[in-house]
Design a protein around this ligand. Structure first.
Ligand code: SF4
Length: 394
């Protein structure tokens, strides 16, 4: 369990077994020579920062200063709290400006609550995120719900405190005694619950620091799902301690729903490079969208994976399958800017609604529809990619 540090804890558990000194903030000079992807035109199309809203302490921190220096042209706007920036986080009036805000605005804040939460699906634990928000704009994304729908990336600059927290948690767990579907021998920590770590790596060293930290913790493994191919991550040295989960869906669905992401084929084609660089590469089949012809589209996707992925990827891969969940408020927002997406993902005749803890209505496929669809995906995977174990499906 995630126990807070207490006076009675043994010293090794309080201070961890592995040093932090050479984990944080790799000097830029130690990077390999040559142009970085993050300075490319393609990266600038994803993120071209013109304004940075920053909590004063975050802007003054070492990580904050690095980020501000990276965008010398950007206007720096002080803010009391990364949670309260009405012009960014409100819904009304922002739908049309949504993508422009995501691609031009950054927020810097300090993460106050460093909680490690149990999970049991994608990972054993959900780590406190080093960022929230995203520069991409998937039509089904649940990430914006807490900060309103414009929701640009907030980078948390107190990465040292976050890694200290993780180190204490990893140390307190000790070795994993029983294999489970998350991993046979390592505790898996999801480091990207509300963000995409591959995009975040365009902005700061937070992702690199986390990847590096997990190389020091032999009982633990980092994990994050991504829809963005960032070749700069290949320059890190994860030594098998970071699991990257490429999110995949049929290309036609992706073109409609995965706004601003890397093309699906690019994600598949990148898998071998990431394995070679020392990542574990899994696949996140998510969300599975039921629409006319969806079974054939998934069969084609899986057949393509079987055709193009080399043995090096197949031998270590696993997948998770997650059926679409949607949300009434998000549906209303999408109708203002991307109604054709809603034709695919708002299917009341197949879906049921359930009120969430925050009072909004979440929508998911009816139980029988979902159960049948999950079985269909399992059958397709068994048929077309028999080398691909499914870790979980729901
Ligand atoms: S990439 Fe992930 S976090 Fe970003 S918009 Fe898409 S679903 Fe949301």
């Amino acid at each position: 369990m995630d126990t807070p540090r207490s006076a009675g804890e043994p010293e090794a558990a309080q201070d961890g077994l592995f040093g932090l000194e050479d984990v944080l903030g790799e000097p830029e000079a130690s990077r390999p020579a040559g142009p970085l992807f993050r300075d490319s035109e393609e990266a600038r199309r994803m993120l071209s920062v013109r304004r940075i809203h920053a909590e004063p302490a975050a802007a003054a921190s070492p990580r904050g200063r690095q980020i501000v220096a990276r965008y010398p042209e950007a206007e720096l706007v002080p803010t009391d709290s990364h949670w309260r920036i009405p012009e960014l986080h409100g819904n009304q009036g922002n739908a049309e400006r949504w993508v422009r805000i995501k691609s031009t605005v950054l927020v810097l804040g300090e993460k106050k609550t460093l909680t490690v939460r149990p999970n049991g699906r994608s990972a054993d634990w959900i780590a406190p995120g080093a960022a929230n928000g995203c520069a991409m704009a998937c039509a089904y994304c649940y990430v914006p719900r807490r900060k309103g729908y414009a929701n640009p990336i907030t980078v948390f600059t107190n990465i040292d405190a976050l890694i200290h927290r993780l180190r204490r948690h990893v140390t307190a767990q000790g070795p994993k005694k029983e294999p489970n579907q998350c991993d046979p021998s390592s505790w898996v920590y999801d480091i990207g619950e509300n963000n995409d770590c591959a995009v975040d790596a365009l902005i700061s060293e937070n992702t690199a620091d986390l990847v590096r930290a997990f190389t020091r913790w032999p009982t633990a493994k980092a994990s994050f799902a991504t829809k963005f191919v960032n070749p700069d991550l290949l320059l890190l040295d994860p030594r098998g301690r970071t699991r990257l989960r490429f999110s995949l869906m049929p290309a036609d669905d992706s073109r409609l729903l995965d706004i601003r992401t890397s093309p699906v084929q690019q994600r598949i084609d990148a898998a071998a490079d990431f394995v070679e660089a020392g990542y574990e590469v899994h696949f996140n089949f998510s969300p599975v969208v039921i629409r006319p012809g969806w079974e054939q589209a998934w069969a084609q996707l899986l057949q393509n994976m079987d055709d193009v992925l080399p043995r090096s990827v197949k031998d270590q891969a696993a997948a998770e399958v997650i059926m679409l969940t949607h949300n009434r408020d998000l549906h209303d927002v999408n109708m203002a800017w991307h109604p054709s997406a809603e034709d695919a993902i708002w299917r009341p005749e197949l879906q049921q609604a359930k009120r969430s803890e925050n009072g909004s209505w979440n929508v998911r496929y009816r139980n029988a529809v979902k159960a049948e669809a999950v079985e269909t995906v399992r059958r397709l995977v068994h048929t077309y990619t028999p080398w691909l174990p499914i870790r979980y499906a729901f």
